[in-house]
Design a protein around this ligand. Structure first.
Ligand code: ZN
Ligand code: ZN
Length: 294
């Protein structure tokens, strides 16, 4: 789709889902210039991850900790190379996530997709991340959401992670187009192609599917979660060939114990993926040995 067609599509979407009239969190009147349709008060109340993070899962780390990894990641390795996250899951984040999942406010997922892209823009400009071993930039080939079960999809009408991933992907396409145009702008530089590492990956919303219905994870401890999710995900047969050796950026709404991300990562690697990276909107706080699991 060309840029003009996409702009048109966005204008149409805006007419259907007007953003920027009321704060999506508290409902107070705002103007269109406010980021993410949030009022200044609510923007301040959110727990944006801007400081130190766990180098493995991307959770915020307290300033007092000296290690590279959070407690969870010290205990257990993961089936993804590295994770990134926008927000620490607190009271306000929780309310919006509940609205998104259970109050039919599907348009929130688009706003969350914007947050995710803004979080990742500098990483994308730098080729996502450099490989720890070689120092080379890693190119993401495929963006894919964590799938929801059929039952939940029927009740909710959408997979919130898929809508977020779609908006994230769309922003990446726009970003790459803008850079391509800028690169081609001065006549002397005409024909300068965007480095392949910066072009938008492919979006594969049905790369993974659920092989069976699973219990709600909220009340389960980490071991129970892992057991509940064992072999619960698989690469869709049609997608298998295109996946071979590719690097996938997996997108999900919330990261707590990592059980879902790991079950998906394991399925992707078993299905032939070369590597898996993870991007989540919210992530739970650090778990200490004495903390109850969230
Ligand atoms: Zn507000
Ligand atoms: Zn971690």
């Amino acid at each position: 789709m060309g840029k003009r067609a996409r702009t048109l599509l966005r204008i149409l979407e805006e007419a259907v889902f007007p953003a920027g009239l009321y704060c999506v969190s508290c409902g107070s009147l705002i103007d269109k210039s406010r980021s993410y349709s949030l009022c200044d008060d609510c923007i301040r109340k959110f727990h944006w991850i801007t400081g130190r993070t766990c180098e493995k899962c991307g959770k915020a780390m307290p300033d007092t900790s000296h290690g590279r990894l959070c407690y969870d990641c010290m205990q257990e390795d993961h089936f993804f190379v590295r994770g990134f996250s926008c927000l620490t899951y607190g009271l306000y984040e929780r309310k919006l996530m509940m609205d998104l999942k259970y109050a039919g406010r599907g348009y929130l997922a688009r706003i969350f997709g914007d947050m995710m892209f803004d979080r990742m823009e500098s990483e994308i400009a730098g080729g996502i991340v450099s490989d720890a071993a070689t120092g080379e930039a890693v190119r993401i080939d495929i963006i894919a959401p964590v799938p929801v079960s059929r039952g939940r999809l029927r009740r909710r009408g959408y997979n919130q992670s898929e809508v977020m991933a779609r908006q994230f992907h769309r922003r990446w396409q726009d970003w790459a187009l803008d850079r391509e145009e800028a690169a081609a702008c001065p006549p002397s530089a005409a024909g300068t192609a965007l480095p392949a590492s910066l072009s938008a990956p492919r979006f594969r919303p049905h790369l993974l599917h659920r092989t069976r219905e699973t219990r709600m994870l909220r009340s389960l401890n980490p071991t129970e979660r892992r057991m509940a999710l064992e072999n619960a995900f698989a690469v869709s047969p049609r997608e298998r060939q295109a996946l071979q050796g590719r690097t996938v950026l997996l997108i999900d709404d919330i990261y707590t114990t990592g059980a879902t991300a790991d079950a998906c990562g394991q399925a992707l690697l078993a299905g032939g993926a070369g590597a898996v990276y993870l991007l989540t909107l919210c992530s739970g706080g650090n778990r200490r040995p004495t903390d109850t699991d969230q």
